[in-house]
Design a protein around this ligand. Structure first.
Ligand code: SF4
Ligand code: SF4
Length: 336
């Protein structure tokens, strides 16, 4: 949540923003205008990628300030389109597939549609209870959409945590947004999390570490599509490095990775800024190709879905993170 007392007007948030070209003076002027409740250009230029939350060195959370002002002024061209997409989440049928009593729950949120066919097959999730659908929706998409206003999120965060707590088991969040919600956002709303949970990266890292004898190192270079919601929990990025080391994959240094990752730029961004969306996707994919990546790996099912056609059009393989691990475990071939 925005904390004006932490802002020292360094301007880093908007100087580092990859979607505007502001120098320090312009960035500071924009932030000052927002703090004074005035209109500012960034409100209509912001693609709600959440990155400035991570760029801010003091933890002031300028992304939240931008969202608040976008809601107040109606200046965002994205919010309406994203809300229409997010509202569809409530139509996803809920399901609980029971598993072994001693294994954790795998939560898919409303994102099964973005995962590859057969994601639950194979050894990785064998015997786990699986929950999915609207009843297990985490609501974080509304934060990413800059639409976390009007009381919806206040009600949603408690509902989400209560639903997960009711499972009375440890939870593995497949969707990065669910993890951001449980690990950071619900706490900002004063909600406590009464169950143990982990991110899918941590689960995969531990599984691979415990089953190293079954791994055949892939010997490939793979570029990472970092999801926007990871800006809430950037500390877990190193877990991907550990996974890559275990499966013999190199994460080639590239312009648009780690702190300078680009949004996948699908769905609502495509509706609001069609030309910019295509430009961002092309920059991202060409960057991966230029660093000789054999593939791009996705963590977020939405990124996975949004980048499916465009990676194929550019001749770049795209692999979902669980499939990449299954390839190292000999369950699937690496695409040629
Ligand atoms: S959310 Fe992303 S696009 Fe918007 S101002 Fe922050 S860094 Fe820029
Ligand atoms: S919000 Fe953070 S990054 Fe932006 S000007 Fe204030 S302290 Fe600097």
């Amino acid at each position: 949540m925005w904390d004006a007392s932490k802002c020292d007007f360094c301007g880093d948030c908007l100087v580092k923003c990859l979607y505007v070209d502001y120098d320090k003076d312009r960035a500071v002027a924009e932030i000052k205008a927002l703090m004074e409740g005035e209109e500012a250009e960034i409100l209509s230029k912001c693609i709600t990628c959440c990155a400035c939350r991570e760029y801010c060195p003091t933890g002031a959370d300028p992304y939240d300030l931008i969202c608040e002002m976008q809601a107040r002024t109606g200046a965002s061209p994205i919010t309406e389109a994203v809300v229409a997409v997010m509202d569809k989440s409530f139509e996803a049928p809920s399901e609980l597939i029971p598993g072994d009593p001693d294994k954790p729950v795998l939560s898919l949120c409303v994102m099964e549609f973005g995962t590859p066919q057969g994601t639950l097959d194979g050894q990785l999730f064998e015997g786990m209870t699986v929950v999915k659908g609207a009843g297990y929706f985490c609501y974080e998409g509304y934060v990413h959409a800059g639409a976390a206003r009007g009381g919806l999120l206040e009600k949603g965060v408690q509902k989400f945590i209560d639903k997960m707590a009711g499972l009375c088991k440890d939870i593995v969040f497949l969707h990065d947004e669910c993890y951001a919600m449980a690990h950071v956002i619900v706490k900002e709303y004063g909600v406590t999390v009464p169950f143990k949970y982990m991110h899918i990266f941590e689960y995969l890292r531990d599984y691979l570490r415990d089953n190293q004898s079954g791994i055949t190192k892939l010997g490939k270079k793979v570029a990472y599509q970092r999801p926007c919601s990871s800006r809430y929990t950037p500390e877990k990025d190193v877990l991907l490095d550990e996974i890559f080391e275990l499966i013999g994959v190199e994460r080639p240094p590239r312009k648009y990775d780690r702190e300078t990752a680009l949004c996948c730029s699908g769905h609502a961004i495509r509706h609001a800024f069609p030309e910019l969306s295509a430009e961002i996707q092309a920059k991202n994919i060409n960057d991966a190709i230029e660093c000789s990546a054999d593939a791009m790996v996705t963590l977020c099912p939405m990124c996975n879905r949004q980048l499916r056609r465009v990676t194929s059009d550019h001749g770049l393989n795209k692999i979902f993170i669980t499939d990449l691990c299954r390839m190292a475990l000999g369950e699937k071939p690496f695409p040629q």
